[in-house]
Write a protein that binds this ligand. Structure first.
Ligand code: RTP
Ligand code: MG
Length: 156
C-alpha cells in the first residue's frame, strides 16, 4: 500500500541587502530547517534587473522604493531543495512585514533579521511557477535564457 509522499521541490531564496551582513546566521536557519542549498551566489543587481525580477509589482506605490532597496547593496541568491520547499520556505520567512512577524511569528527569518515591511531580510518564491522563473533568472541553465531577456535591459 502506497504511503502519501511529498516530493522534493526547489524554491528560490534571496537574502536582501539589509541582511547580507548576517548571511552566516541566515544560512544557519536554512540548514537547521533541513533545506539543501543547491546553488548560491552573491550579486549586485542593476536597477533594470531588479525591475524585471519584481515586474509583477510594477505600478504599485512601493515599486520604486523596492528597487532602491534591493539595489542598495549585494544580494545572495540561492536555490533551496527540500520536501514542499516553496511552502516551507515561505513559512520560514514569516509575514512580509518584519514588525508583524516579530509580534506573530517570532521564530522566523523576517522576525529575526528584518526591520519593517520593506526591509524584510529575504525573499521567497510564492509558487512553483515563480520558483522556476526566479531560479532561471539568477542561474540561467542555457543560452535560450539570453534571447528571452528584453533587449532594453542590462545583460547578466
Ligand atoms: P518577497 O516577494 O520579497 O518574498 O516578499 P512577499 O512575497 O512577502 O511580498 P510581496 O508582496 O511580493 O512584496 C515584495 C517586496 O516588496 C517590498 N514591499 N514593500 N512598503 C510596502 O508596503 C511594501 N510592500 C512590499 C518588500 O520588500 C516585499 O518583500
Ligand atoms: Mg512576493
Amino acid at each position: 500500500r502506497e504511503i502519501i509522499s511529498s516530493k522534493r521541490q526547489r524554491t528560490f531564496a534571496m537574502v536582501k541587502p539589509d541582511a547580507v551582513h548576517r548571511l552566516g546566521e541566515v544560512i544557519d536557519v536554512i540548514q537547521s530547517r533541513n533545506f539543501e542549498v543547491s546553488q548560491m551566489k552573491m550579486v549586485q543587481l542593476t536597477r533594470a534587473q531588479a525591475g524585471l525580477f519584481y515586474r509583477e509589482h510594477e505600478g504599485r506605490p512601493f515599486f520604486e522604493p523596492l528597487l532602491d532597496y534591493v539595489t542598495s547593496g549585494p544580494v545572495v541568491a540561492m536555490e533551496l531543495i527540500t520536501t514542499n520547499a516553496v511552502q516551507r520556505w515561505r513559512e520560514t520567512l514569516g509575514p512580509t512585514d518584519a514588525e508583524l512577524a516579530r509580534r506573530e511569528a517570532p521564530d522566523t527569518i523576517r522576525a529575526k533579521f528584518g526591520k519593517d515591511k520593506q526591509s524584510n531580510a529575504a525573499h521567497g518564491s510564492d509558487s512553483d511557477v515563480a520558483a522556476t522563473r526566479e531560479i532561471e533568472f539568477f542561474f540561467p541553465s542555457s543560452k535560450v535564457h539570453d534571447i528571452m531577456v528584453p533587449q532594453t535591459t542590462a545583460r547578466f
